[in-house]
Design a protein around this ligand. Structure first.
Ligand code: FMN
Length: 172
C-alpha cells in the first residue's frame, strides 16, 4: 500500500485525544494542506482559519460542539465571502479544505475530527461570537477541525466503507 492509500484508508473520526500538545509546526502543516485544496476559483478561495489552543475558549466552544472541549487544538474554518469569486459555493470550497486537513493530520500521526457548524445558522452565530465574529453575513464559521494525538481506543484504523451498490456505470 502506498503512503497515500494508507492515509486515506485508515483515517477515522478521532473524538478523544491525549493531553499532548500539538506543535505549531504540525498545525502549520495542517493549515497548508487545507489551503492546497481545490477551490471554485484559483486565487479567490474563501477559506480562513482561526487556531485555538486557549482552554477557556475551547470550553466555550465545547458548549456548542462538545468534542472540542478536550482537544488540544481546534481550528475553526471560516468562509470569507468577500474573498470568494463564486459566492454561492463556499460550502464546497470549505469542505475540500476541511478534508485535506483531516488527511494531513493522519499523515502527521495525529487524529482529527470534522465538527460540523454550517449550515445551522444558530450554531454559526454562536461559534462566530466566541471567535470574534459579530456578523455572519460575510464571515461564515463553517466547521471546526480538532486535532490531537489519539487517546487509547481511538486510533486511526481501516474500516471498509466500500459499497458496490453505490456505483453506476454510464447511466443511473
Ligand atoms: C459535514 C460533517 C459534519 C460532521 N460533524 C460532526 C460532529 O459535529 N461531531 C462528530 O463527532 N462528528 C462529526 N462528523 C464526523 C462523522 O460523524 C464521521 O465522519 C462519520 O461517522 C464516519 O466516520 P469516519 O470519519 O471515521 O469515517 C462530521 C462529518 C461531516 C462530513
Amino acid at each position: 500500500m502506498s503512503d497515500f492509500e494508507e492515509i486515506i484508508n485508515t483515517r477515522r473520526s478521532i473524538r478523544e485525544y491525549t493531553n499532548e500538545d500539538v506543535s505549531d509546526e504540525l498545525i502549520l502543516k495542517i493549515l497548508k494542506a487545507g489551503m492546497q485544496a481545490p477551490g471554485s476559483r484559483l486565487g479567490a478561495e474563501p477559506w480562513e482559519f482561526v487556531v485555538i489552543k486557549n482552554k477557556d475558549t475551547l470550553t466555550k466552544i465545547g458548549e456548542i460542539k462538545p468534542r472540542v472541549t478536550n482537544a488540544p487544538v481546534a481550528i475553526v474554518l471560516v468562509a470569507n465571502i468577500e474573498r470568494a469569486f463564486y459566492k454561492t459555493v463556499w460550502q464546497q470550497d470549505m469542505g475540500a479544505a476541511c478534508e485535506n486537513m483531516l488527511l494531513e493530520a493522519v499523515n502527521l500521526g495525529l487524529g482529527g475530527l470534522w465538527n460540523g457548524v454550517a449550515p445551522d445558522e444558530e450554531r454559526m452565530i454562536k461559534i462566530g461570537k466566541i471567535i470574534g465574529i459579530d456578523d455572519i453575513s460575510d464571515l461564515k464559521p463553517y466547521s471546526i477541525v480538532t486535532v490531537g494525538y489519539p487517546a487509547e481506543g481511538w486510533e486511526n484504523k481501516f474500516m471498509d466503507k466500500f459499497d458496490e451498490t453505490r456505483i453506476h456505470y454510464e447511466s443511473y
